[in-house]
Design a protein around this ligand. Sequence first.
Ligand code: UTP
Length: 298
Amino acid sequence: MSRRLRKAVFPVAGLGTRFLPATKAVPKEMLTIVDRPVIQLAVDEAREAGIEHFVFVTGRNKGVIEDHFDKQFELETTLRNRGKTKELDLLASDLPSAGQTSFTRQQEPLGLGHAVWCARELIGDEPFALLLPDMLIHATPGCLAQMIEVYNAHGGNVLAVEEVPHEEVHRYGVVDVGAPGSNGAQKVKGMVEKPKRQEAPSNLIISGRYILQPEIFGKLEIQKPGSGGEIQLTDAMLALLEEQDFHALKFRGKTYDCGDKVGFLAANVAYGLARKDLGPAFRKALQEILAANGENLL
Ligand code: UTP
């Protein structure tokens, strides 16, 4: 039987250079999709999947992420005095319980693989989920919950994958897979980080969600820098693939790459339109903007 998944890692130590100047003093994970920070949406997905401990790998200038997952006594007292119970309930429901969060720092942004390795002491000898908050996945049930079904059936390691146009594969980790099994999962045969289009084994990319066994830390420990001079998680997973099974799941849902400006803007439009309280007014505002530009797309 597969060991129960209790912990999730959120690497949030990247520099967010694509969002400068916004990310000079504000971590990109705190940029909002409507009114929820990107990191909160990733934590929401993990909580929905039953995760009980949230490990954040942060860096310089990221202290505000720690504050976000803490109580804010002054604010809460003011809200209470003003009778704002709806807002108080919202803050309380978003907050993991005391002791459910841990923070460690990646002292230098040496790559995603290195960021994950920084969590080794906090994870210990147990499987864990890894969620890249940039990859926002709108899905019901959530993407990680879908992956846990595959994990419970097969054990080992599980990757969320999706198809992208062939001309975009060079931006991602790409997998080579076998035929789908009864639950839709496909055995992974190989993987490569940011391949040239002609060298990519498929157009199936790893979309920011992983379930990994703790043996990955031993591989990361000895991993040499790869693509872009960074320590790449995909390279360490390829080494682990020689010893353990990996399954890929084409999850049901829609991804927004919020590390990219267009993806981030699209997520705000999609989430804004989907909101019961804001959707109708937002749609009207968008229609007016489009009409003023001579377009009528909505
Ligand atoms: P990205 O490469 O998209 O993040 O890493 P970045 O470096 O912050 O972005 P740009 O390109 O400069 O705009 C994907 C994820 O891995 C984390 C990032 O925080 C993000 O969640 N990461 C990346 C780290 O935690 N440490 C690193 O050294 C690199």
